[in-house]
Ligand binder design. Structure first.
Ligand code: SAM
Length: 475
């Protein structure tokens, strides 16, 4: 394995690397090179680690233990970025933003190995210095070496003790740094949980755990028990259609079960929100259902299969044409009609018995799936998204018939995106908020209601939020 391989040294007589420009020798250390290239792609072109890394590993034919090591380095460094930056900052005699971005990527990678892996110190330092030399030139190799030597003088715990805010006066700031989250994200979790202590810590730490893969068994085609038996998984604790796969289950894209649409990969929290949408009683007709933000089609496929057995039909609206095509593929053979349209002005009539608004959101509830997302999202995203979420929810309340129900779902616990949007839209439309907890039977620790907020550390699901609204019958 190349992890502990001694790095190549310049040969005697070989000309020293020129100072004026970076040179890139053939990769000597494929896993670290792959990790560094993906970290750079994340920074320079907003790449997603979970898409960019597998592609790069495939292209460079990096497999086995090297691929696992590259994955650990890339995901771990991307997640811990803010904490690593604070530690690197403490080792500098200049502001962090004066460090060349290419060098900083490598310093983060080196610091991650020193603080959060079992890679030997000398291997972590020399391999990083080699990468810096190759990418930024020899003149900065000494600087990188000096910074990493300083980082290596303490372990993570000691660094955190030294640089974290005092937990007595700033518990959120302390936990944010400890758990490598931006302060505003930690604060939003604290506000949603009503906790600044152990539960907040558990919620933040859950973002670093690898989520189990959940499958949904297509209703009417296969039962969860059958799917569990075939896959070696376990029936999910709460969703009657869910299966939890054993840890380490590989890529399922080529599995016959998925290709034949008997099953799909879907977080149990998403399943529960779709199921709740149709569990609420409505009086009278119950045959016209609408999914107003349907792409890529996970919930539309589950609702479509449930619609088929209930004798209902589903209209699925999606603004982005390529995502609408994904909905079409996911719902083939189901009573689903896909519309490429803006949900705020879809042109559809207000006749629906049930509407799901699974609105675009910050995704703060699924940070465990996107290593870089916690650092990419900005507080300013929230204001923009809440405006759109409110408009979509009002449109849904317009499209639902009197007496019908709307469920509003986001994958975020941020109160502005959850309760804030629901309060304001319900008030403006004169809609009644129902106790959503009733429609999540058997799910524990749902708090005081009337909304449902799921959490990875409590429920093993993404942090999905669900509110259920009823349009007054006389409106
Ligand atoms: C959270 S995702 C929905 C996930 C989907 N329900 C599922 O379970 O697979 C939100 C979707 O809304 C779409 N979207 C964004 N703005 C929209 C709008 N104004 N009208 C309709 N869809 C919109 C996005 O393209 C995205 O596909």
């Amino acid at each position: 394995m190349s992890r502990d391989r001694k790095p190549a040294r310049p040969q005697r007589g070989r000309p020293a690397p020129r100072k004026e420009g970076p040179r890139r020798p053939p990769p000597e250390d494929p896993p670290r090179r792959a990790a560094l290239d993906v970290l750079r792609a994340i920074r320079e072109r907003d790449a997603y680690a979970n898409l960019a890394l597998p592609e790069l590993l495939r292209d460079r034919r990096i497999t086995g233990r090297d691929a696992s090591f590259a994955t650990e380095l890339t995901y771990g460094t991307a997640r811990a970025q803010g904490l690593l930056d604070e530690i690197i900052r403490a080792c500098l005699d200049r502001p962090l933003d004066k460090v060349d971005a290419v060098v900083l990527d490598a310093l983060r990678l080196g610091a991650y190995q020193l603080l959060r892996t079992r890679v030997a110190q000398h291997a972590a330092v020399t391999s990083t210095v080699d990468l810096v030399r190759a990418d930024a030139g020899s003149h900065v190799a000494g600087f990188a070496n000096a910074v990493l030597r300083q980082v290596s003088e303490k372990d993570e715990q000691a660094w955190v003790e030294e640089i974290a805010p005092d937990p007595a006066t700033d518990p959120i700031g302390n936990l944010a740094l400890r758990s490598a989250h931006p302060r505003w994200v930690a604060r939003s979790f604290a506000e949603a949980l009503g906790d600044r202590g152990p539960e907040l810590e558990a919620a933040l730490l859950a973002d670093d755990a690898r989520p189990a893969v959940h499958l949904v068994a297509r209703p009417g085609a296969i039962s969860a028990e059958e799917l569990a038996a075939i896959t070696g998984g376990d029936p999910a604790p709460y969703s009657p259609y869910g299966v939890h796969l054993p840890p380490g289950t590989g890529d399922l894209a080529d599995s016959e079960l998925i290709k034949e649409r008997l099953a799909a990969v879907q977080d149990e929290g998403s399943q529960l929100c779709a199921i709740a949408t149709i569990a609420v009683p409505v009086t009278g007709e119950d045959t016209r259902w609408l999914d107003l933000c349907a792409g890529p089609g996970g919930k539309a496929a589950l609702l479509g299969a449930l619609a088929e057995s209930a004798g209902a039909t589903l209209d699925a609206v999606e603004k982005a044409p390529h995502r609408a095509r994904m909905v079409e593929r996911a719902t083939e053979d189901l009573p689903v009609t896909v519309h490429v349209a803006d949900g705020r002005e879809s042109g559809l009539d207000g006749v629906y018995d049930r509407v799901l608004v699974d609105a675009p959101c910050t995704g703060l509830g699924a940070l465990r799936r996107r290593p870089e997302a916690r650092w990419r999202r900005k507080p300013s995203d929230v204001a923009e998204l809440t405006r759109l979420q409110g408009q979509l929810l009002l449109a849904a309340l317009d499209l639902v018939r009197p007496g019908g129900v709307v469920s509003y779902v986001v994958c975020s616990p941020h109160l502005a995106e959850t309760e804030g949007v629901v309060h304001e839209s319900a008030r403006r439309a004169g809609a009644r908020t129902l106790d959503a907890r009733e429609f999540f039977p058997g799910v524990p620790t749902l708090g005081a209601g009337p909304y449902v907020q799921l959490w990875p550390h409590r429920h093993g699901t993404d942090a999905m939020f669900c509110a259920i609204l009823r349009k007054p019958a006389d409106s």
